[in-house]
Structure formats: C-alpha cells, structure tokens
Design a protein around this ligand. Structure first.
Ligand code: HEC
Length: 679
C-alpha cells in the first residue's frame, strides 16, 4: 500500500513508559520486527477512538465507564496464553462500540486495534495490520520473565486491614435493619428488606414541595460512572463509585471520610450500585471481584476478599445485602458467559458460607434444562441488582438475569434455568425453596432485574402477600408469595416482535436489549395502593452472528444489537390490586434513576437529562423540578437528619448508554426552605 509513513520510531518511547513490562511480539519473526501496523492506521484509529470509544474507555484509554484498554492490567489480561490479539480484535469488532455493537467498518476496527496496540507498546512498521486471523493470532501481548521493576504484581486474594478486622463504628443493628420499613433513615438500597422504596417521612408534602431547595452538594472529584444508591444511617450518607467509597454528613454534605480501593485485578464494567451496612461495617463489591468491608467510623479497611473472578468475566456491581452475620452478593457478567451464582459470606471476615449456582452444574437440578451442544459453552445467570427478603419465611429473593450467548437461543434449547427467574433461597443455607421463571430460553437479553417490592394488598377481593418481579422486558408482574402464581402483569411502553426470534437478517423488537426496567425498580405506596415504575422505551434491531465464538471472560453475545435513534422514558403508576395503569409521566430520555415514594404524597425521581423531579403520587403532576446539571441515573432517596426531611440524589456521569454521560459524580441534597427565609 502506498501509505508508508516514517513513523516507525514514534511508538518506541511508549515501551519505555511500560518499563516494568517487557512486551514481546511472539513469535519474533521478521514481519513482527518491522512492526505490526502502520503509523497511519494508528493515527486514524486514534481519531476514531476519540469519536466512538473515549466516552466510556477514557481519553487516555485509562478506563472510566469501561475497562482500561492500555496498561498493566490490560496486558495482564490480554497477554494470557489463552487469549490472542485475534480474540481481542474479535471482541472489539463484534461487541463495540456499545450499545451499537459492530456498527463500524472492518477497516475502522483494524485502525482502532492498531491504535490500541500502539498504546500498549507494539511498534508501527511498514506493513498494514490486516484482519487475517493467523497474523493477528501470532501477535501476542506477553510479559516475559520477572517484572523488571521488581514490583510485586501478584494479587492478594485476602487482605486484612492494618488495624484488624473489627469495626469501631456502631449500628444499625440487625433488628433495626429488619424493621427498616418504619425507619426515617434509608438503611438498605431499596430502603428496607422488602424493597418498598417507601419512606414514612411527611415533612415535605404536595403543599410545600415548591419550597424545596438545595441544602448542600458533595462532589466526589472522580470521573467514574455514578449509579450509586446512597444509604443513610444516623445522619451519615454512604456513596460509591467503582473504586471510591465516601461517608458524608447527610445534612451538610461535609466529608467524614473516603476510601479508595486500588484494583488488584482486571476491572470489567466498572460500575457500583452502593454499600450495605450493619453494626459498624460498610460492605461493598468491586469491579475486580472483591468484597470489601470498611469501618463506618473512619473508613478504615477491615478486610477485602476476592470472591469473583474477572478472568471468568465476573465483576461485582450490585449492592450487597447484609442479614445478621451474612453478606449476600453475586457477580455481574452474563454477557461474558459467567457461570452465575449468588453466595453468602461471613460479615466478620468475608469467609464463604454458602453458594447457589444460578446456572446449575452437571447433576444439579435444572441442568437438564440446557440441551446444548456440548461444544457450545453456555452460561449467564448473573446478578447485578438488589435482593429482597421475606423474614417470616426466611427467604431471600434473587433476580437472576439472562442466559449466554444472549441472542442465538437455538444453541441452548430448553428453559435455561434459572435465567430470568425469581429465585427464592433459604437465607441461612442458600438452598432453593422455589423459583418462578419469567422468560424461558430468552433471546432478547431480557434480564429479570427486580424482585421487589414485597407487600400486601387485596387482589381479586382477597388480601394477599405479594412480590413484584420486573425486568428489561418491561413487564411488571405481581406474584403471590404463597402460591407463587402470577396474579396480574402490566406491560409498559412500546411492544413489537418481542416473541419473534432473532435472525441473521436482523429482527426489530421492542423493548430492545436496553429497554424496560433497569437497575432501579418499582416503589410501592400503601396509601395510594400504587406501584411506581421507571422504564426505558427503546427498540433495537439485532442480527445473529454468522459464527459463534467465545473468548473466555469476554463479551459473548452471538449477535450485534443496534439501538434505534429514538428512545424515551416513562414513570408509570400501576394499581397494585388490578395491574391497571393509573397514570404515566413521559420523559425525553430513558428513565433509569430510582423512584422514591413518601407518606407526604410525593414521588421523587430524576431524569437522565439531569432534572430532579417531585411528582404528585395521586396523579403524576410534576410539582417541583430542579436541574442538577448532570445526568441522573442513580439513587434518589429521602431521610431525616438534624431534625428535618432531606432528599438526596446521585447526579453526574451516569450510565453512558442511557444518555447519562454528562457531569461528574455529585450528591445533591435538598430540603425545605424555612418559611419567611428569602429565596
Ligand atoms: C457505552 C460505553 C462503551 C463504549 C462507547 C465502548 N465500549 Fe468497549 N467496553 C465497554 C464495557 C462496559 C466493556 C466491558 C465489557 C465486559 O464486561 O467484558 C468494554 C470492553 C471493551 C474491550 C474488552 C476489554 C477487556 O479488557 O476485556 C475492548 C477491547 C473494547 N471495549 C474496545 C472498545 C472500542 C475500540 C470502542 C470504540 C469503538 C469501545 N470499546 C466503545 C463499554 C464501552
């Protein structure tokens, strides 16, 4: 090709930057010595990268809403003998840029690869990089010998804090947590173990809500994704990003402490949905698969234990649940073909107690619902959203997500248990008590995401104990907790082809693969007998891949989803007795922020566009609106502190795929202006 550039030496200094990692191109053949790509390709790749990738992977490939594409961890992960540059190219060109997978031209993907290689120490040369599998397969990123810098890179899978593993902080007690439904704090991700998202606070009402104003602001000073669900106990609020945990005064936003987790392993999907607390412990998961416990008094690390394996595609994003002496958590990563599980760990030191395989192993019940070709790896069944608990029955409810590969269901005939199921486990032993599968043999990536609220109301003239199951298919189902029967279900938003199979030519369907109910689920108001549900209304067209290919631990979708240009959001009020829609509020963008109902007759939520909203719970009228300046895709809560009711919300740098990239992680706290106080 006539585009030889004298840029061969330009990449050399980068090797110096990565001095501790001696990179070799293996085998060291003559072609490799002349470089793996042309400088021209890498330059074009750089500009494509800025346009299509930097928003998630960071301007300098350092990571952000997505993993880093350069540096030590990246090389460690892609330098493994089980993975090749051809695998890397496949993952990138079939599943990126999210959510419009595979939407660039073949040459553009090569240019992007050249750019990524250039940032990982490989030199440019006179021959262009080609998509030939053998050539790419021979280019292996590898670390050789002992690390030149002598730096210990071996990760520690169990770390004990300097001051020991006992916290000095106090509360809340296990009893307080079990009674959180009546608390004016916000003690669990969804307010209480029943996940009602309903607060008994009523200082802020329909009549005075226009007097709401910003009380204080806390900027986390981070560029990470911010989808945290804040927790408040005794006037202190706990918030997270992928690595940071911070405690602030819930009335003044003054920082009490912050703790930054230094990743020990590869970080896939660097998102975090928040902490769980009990008796002085603040516990959270990390993107590199650790469960960590901090002291609520000062943020000191008590212990950290790696419970999930990034090499197998696992990351922890969900808010853990603490029940007495157990922490319950499981890994995200269905798209990475994880073999899903949910497990309990000892609060005192993180030691494993029980584990339930959401994808049964050979010999376990449910394994026979996967009649796949033994050569085709199947998995999925990740968990990335909050759990709920029925204490009377001793049952913990788990929202199990989609099967993998996501789209070609023909390779996994059968029901594919326990994917897309509400799974009820004995909370002491992890044994299966019952399950209800919402979609069998799913091929739309319709994760079940919500297994709350748990509540009681009359259905068919009879008072019944209920649980809501809802997910990305946009259907809100109400089940009886005694009979496990679905009593009524309410589809929300556009519906089209949702039962049509995904084809090679492409299937257009609604809700799309990023539709329906995402990580924040319904709120329940006993006074109005309504459920309030945020949803995404967004259609997709997905094409099946010609060939199915699995790179262990990486994206394994089996198809390329393309989102429609148009999307919108709804907040829908559903009659809990009948399933009828009472009112609906429409937003310009997907609605993924949390919704909170209060005894003051209000609903608080946020829009991806950045507005915090207070609505009349009876009719959905917007009574108060405030532009927080950053996208809102995380928690919105209410609590009492310093004698007043506050509303706290996550704003800025929200989930990019839902239009949430704007702003930087910030907590915005509101309260009523005193009467007589000037505007
Ligand atoms: C909307 C956010 C988003 C955009 C835009 C995006 N990515 Fe990604 N990317 C991700 C996420 C999230 C992952 C991690 C997926 C997982 O769990 O394996 C990822 C993973 C990757 C990986 C695998 C990394 C690893 O270590 O396993 C590569 C390579 C990659 N992306 C390249 C690109 C390129 C090139 C572009 C631009 C064309 C791009 N991405 C655009 C979100 C994004």
């Amino acid at each position: 090709m006539g585009r030889l550039q004298p840029g061969i030496l330009m990449a050399v200094p980068r090797i110096v930057v990565l001095a501790s990692l001696i990179l070799t191109v293996m085998p060291l053949c003559a072609q490799a010595a002349r470089g793996a790509y042309t400088a021209d390709q890498a330059a074009r790749g750089k500009s494509l990268y800025g346009r299509y990738c930097a928003v998630c992977h960071g301007d300098m490939l350092e990571g952000g809403a997505a993993p880093a594409l350069a540096g030590e961890t990246f090389i460690k992960s892609w330098g493994q003998s089980t993975r090749t540059v051809d695998d890397l190219f496949y993952v990138m060109s079939s599943s990126m840029p999210k959510p419009a997978s595979g939407s660039l031209k073949p040459d553009e993907y090569l240019e992007l690869l050249a750019f990524v290689l250039s940032r990982n120490g490989l030199s440019a040369g006179d021959r262009p990089l080609s998509a030939d599998a053998a050539t790419l397969g021979a280019l292996r990123l590898a670390r050789t010998g002992a690390d030149a810098g002598g730096r210990a890179t071996a990760k520690q899978t169990y770390i004990v804090g300097d001051g020991g593993i006992r916290p000095t902080g106090k509360g809340p007690s296990a009893t307080e947590l079990q009674d959180a439904e009546h608390s004016s704090d916000w003690l669990y991700h969804t307010h209480d173990l029943h996940g009602t998202r309903y607060s008994p606070l009523d200082e802020i009402t329909r009549d005075n809500v226009t007097r709401m104003q910003v009380a204080c602001i806390y900027q986390l000073g981070s560029t990470e994704t911010f989808v945290t669900g804040p927790i408040v106990h005794a006037g202190v609020m706990y918030v997270t990003t992928a690595r940071l945990t911070a405690a602030i005064d819930a009335a003044t936003c003054r920082e009490k402490w912050r703790y930054n987790w230094e990743a020990q392993d590869a970080e896939l999907t660097p998102h975090n949905r928040g902490v769980a607390i009990e008796n002085g412990y603040v516990v959270r998961g990390t993107a590199d698969g650790y469960l960590i416990a901090l002291d609520s008094a000062d943020g000191r690390l008590l212990w950290a234990r790696q419970v999930a394996r990034p090499a197998a595609g696992e990351a922890i994003a969900m808010p853990p649940l603490i029940l007495g002496d157990l922490v319950i958590v499981g890994p995200a990563g269905s798209e990475n073909n994880v073999q899903g599980w949910i497990g309990a760990f000892r609060l005192a030191d993180g030691a494993p107690v029980w584990r339930f395989n959401t994808i049964p192993k050979a010999g376990q019940p449910g394994f026979d619902t996967w009649n796949n070709d033994p050569n085709v790896p199947v998995g999925g069944g990740a968990v990335w959203t909050p759990l709920s608990v029925d204490m009377e029955r001793g049952e913990v409810y788990v929202p199990v997500t989609n099967p993998a590969p996501d789209f070609p269901k023909r390779v996994r005939p059968g029901k594919n248990l326990y994917t897309n199921s509400l799974v009820a486990l004995d909370l002491r032993t992890g044994k299966l008590k019952w399950y209800a599968q919402m979609i069998s043999n799913d091929d739309k990536d319709y994760d079940l995401t919500q297994v709350s609220p748990l509540f009681e109301t009359a259905v068919g003239g009879r008072r019944q104990k209920l649980v809501v199951a809802a997910g990305k298919d946009g259907i809100v189902r109400v089940l009886n907790r005694d009979t496990h029967e679905i009593l009524h279900q309410t589809p929300i938003g556009t519906r089209f082809n949702e039962h049509a199979p995904i084809t090679r030519e492409g299937t257009h369907y609604c809700p799309g693969t990023l539709g329906g109910i995402q990580w924040n689920g319904p709120a329940w108001n006993p006074r109005t007998n309504l459920l309030y549900v945020p949803t995404v209304d967004w259609c997709f067209t997905t094409k099946l891949d010609e060939k199915l290919r699995n790179v262990p631990g990486s994206q394994y979708m089996g198809g390329t989803p393309q989102p429609d240009k148009q999307s919108q959001g709804f907040l829908t009020a559903i009659d809990a007795s009948s399933g009828a829609i009472r009112w609906q509020y429409r937003a310009e963008q997907p609605m993924v922020a949390a919704v909170t109902a209060t005894a003051g007759g209000l609903l608080f939520t946020g829009e991806s566009g950045g507005d915090l909203l207070a609505l009349d719970a009876e009719n959905g009228r917007v009574l108060y609106r405030f532009n927080t300046g950053g996208a809102m895709t995380g928690g919105v809560i209410t609590y009492s502190a310093a004698g007043h009711q506050y509303v706290g919300a996550a704003s800025g740098r929200g989930a990019v795929m839902f239009g949430g990239g704007r702003g930087a992680p910030t907590i915005v706290v509101f309260r009523l202006r005193e009467t007589g106080q000037a505007h």
